[in-house]
Design a protein around this ligand. Structure first.
Ligand SMILES: [Zn+2]
Length: 201
């Protein structure tokens, strides 16, 4: 396997790779899209919402806000010993208390864990007029993109070139640095191939 022309610009990495099978590269792509766990806001309790958006629509927008992820402290809820109840190992809490006039941004969330917070501060969620308020509490849960797109950490694609090599582009949506995304994806693919090898033996 040979990697050349590696470039990194912000959250986007591009490189050429040769000496690798298309199936392995596709497994890498699918792992980035759906097989790497990250945090996202899952259960949202509204104590007050007098904005123009109803709880369901605003809750859906909030769920799609990318959160920075801490893989050392948290584990996916499906693998957690709490069996889906929610506990400190799989869940973090974020709160929101904003009054208009003004725009409610992703950065208005306050987190109980400084490692789990909106990856971008200026994602507009709703415009508030004077007298309008949003007060809410959200549970951030670690999950996989295979379950819902809000747990998709980024996107990866490749183009097959004439000489049989590939041009690969990977972009992180913000939960993890793009280089970590690539490293973790190769580790997951390598681990799965290793498991298969063991089973065949
Ligand atoms: Zn748990």
């Amino acid at each position: 396997m040979k990697v050349t022309n590696f470039t990194k610009k912000g959250d986007v990495v591009e490189f050429d790779i040769s000496g690798v099978d298309v199936a392995v590269l596709n497994a890498f792509r699918r792992t980035i899209v759906s097989g790497l766990p990250i945090m996202a806001m899952e259960k949202i309790t509204f104590y007050n919402n007098s904005s123009i958006l109803n709880d369901e629509i605003l809750g859906h927008r909030i769920g799609l806000v990318p959160l920075t992820t801490d893989l050392k402290t948290y584990i996916p809820r499906v693998d957690c010993t709490c069996k889906g109840e929610g506990c400190a190992k799989c869940t973090a809490t974020l709160t929101l208390d904003v009054s208009g006039p003004g725009t409610l941004y992703s950065g208005d969330f306050k987190s109980t864990d400084e490692n789990i917070k909106p990856a971008y501060e200026k994602i507009p969620l709703v415009k508030l007029l004077s007298e309008q308020k949003v007060k809410a509490e959200a549970e951030a849960v670690m999950g996989y993109g295979s379950e819902h797109v809000k747990w998709q950490p980024g996107v990866a694609g490749y183009e097959i070139k004439d000489n049989g090599s590939f041009h690969v582009v990977v972009e992180s949506y913000g939960p993890l640095p793009v280089d970590e995304l690539i490293k973790n994806a190769f580790e997951v693919v390598g681990g799965k191939i290793g498991q298969l090898k063991e089973k065949i033996k």
